[in-house]
Design a protein around this ligand. Structure first.
Ligand code: NAD
Ligand code: ZN
Ligand code: ZN
Length: 344
């Protein structure tokens, strides 16, 4: 066995990732070593590369928080997983386990949380060090490449849809039909909702229709709020905004039905104006949602294991990572690119 691994790292914000060879890390006490089989490329990896957010990762770092692989070594004292298990190393890399939020199964907002591919090195590498208490357990029958998008895009949209509290038979808007949104449409249909898909790209909207969307609205043309209000008979009971674009947020609030809930998951840097009178007089809830808990992870993966949700993936080698990033930034990735480590 060679002792080096191929990785792609951000060395400077706003610059291309640098492909290099590093020593394969050794798992310390309570850690595991995962040999990467696949890792999805999320729009968050672009925000990370560009240093878009107030909390910035220390340079250099290895992005990637949809890494799936096989446990190949256990540090001292590890009992939660065993060698040979297939696991995912998600955005919620670890949390403290004892604060008020961890105790309430709201561990995604733990102040001590670490983030995979951000504050900890992630999956754009042939090996990943992980915390066995926070890895995703990949159900038998789900391949690594198929599982990858589920451990961020899947869990985030599944949880976000639950947070809208829209009920079967009611309407949900999924705004942004990219990596997150194309899974969101499928989870929403599986949960019995009527889906109105919103994007600025007709190709993405055609895709949403193929995935079962009941109505589609191109936000580039005309008045997208009026179009959604018409299609849904008064606005959607739930709205999930995945678009990494500020105009989509004010529009999403406007698309929300009276007493409905607009859930924000896209994180373009910046702020958006909120029309106070409309939000107050229509009793609208606007709420953020951040990935999902370990319980949400198991549920989100179960939908895929049962064949109700399937990511549309394009496989690429790690060496193509910078081209993939450029395409993602231009909106040219159809759904999700997954880095396939069996192809170098
Ligand atoms: P993506 O690039 O794959 O998809 C984005 C989609 O939004 C594209 O289809 C694009 O055409 C569409 N879009 C762009 N502008 C739009 C507009 N004005 N109206 C409607 N649609 C528009 O990105 P992704 O990987 O799905 O990630 C989306 C966002 O979600 C990113 O900001 C990412 O950081 C964030 N994210 C948040 C969480 C969380 O926990 N809250 C988790 C994962 C990703
Ligand atoms: Zn992500
Ligand atoms: Zn905690």
């Amino acid at each position: 066995m060679t002792h080096k691994m191929q990785v792609a790292q951000v060395e400077q914000f706003g610059q291309s990732l640098v492909l290099k060879e590093l020593d394969i890390p050794t798992p310390g006490p309570g850690q595991i070593l995962v040999k990467t089989e696949a890792c999805g490329v999320c729009h968050t990896d672009l925000h990370a590369r560009d240093g878009d957010w107030p909390l910035k990762p220390a340079l250099p770092f290895t992005p990637g928080h949809e890494g799936i692989g096989i446990v190949v070594a256990l540090g001292e004292g590890v009992t939660a997983v065993k060698q040979g298990d297939r696991v995912g190393v998600p955005w919620l890399y670890s949390a403290c386990g004892h604060c008020e939020f961890c105790l309430a199964a709201k561990e995604t907002v733990c102040a001590e949380a670490q983030f995979g591919g951000y504050t900890k090195n992630g999956g754009f590498a042939e090996y990943i060090i992980a915390d066995p208490n926070y890895v995703a357990h990949i159900p038998a029958g789900l391949s690594a490449v198929d599982a990858a998008p589920l451990i961020c895009a899947g869990i985030t949209t599944y949880k976000g849809i639950k947070e809208t509290q829209a009920k079967p038979g009611e309407w949900i808007v999924i705004s942004g039909i990219g990596g997150l949104g194309h899974l969101g449409v499928q989870y929403a249909k599986a949960l019995g909702l009527h889906v109105c898909a919103v994007d600025i790209d007709d190709g993405k909207l055609d895709h949403a229709k193929r995935l079962g969307a009941d109505a589609v609205v191109n936000a580039k043309h005309g008045d997208p709020i009026a179009a959604v209000v018409k299609a849904t008979g008064g606005g959607a009971h739930g709205v999930l905004i995945t678009a990494p674009s500020l105009p989509a947020f004010k529009q999403g609030v406007g698309m929300t039905r009276k007493w409905g809930t607009c859930v924000l998951v896209g994180i373009p840097p910046g702020e958006f104006p909120m029309p106070l009178f409309d939000v107050v007089a229509n009793c609208i809830t606007v709420r953020g949602s951040f990935v999902g808990t370990r319980r949400d992870m198991a549920e989100a993966l179960a939908f895929a294991a049962e064949g109700k949700v399937k990511a549309d993936i394009e496989l690429q080698p790690l060496s193509a990572i910078n081209t993939v990033f450029e395409r993602l930034a231009r909106g040219e990735v159809p759904s999700r690119v997954v880095i396939d480590f069996s192809n170098r």
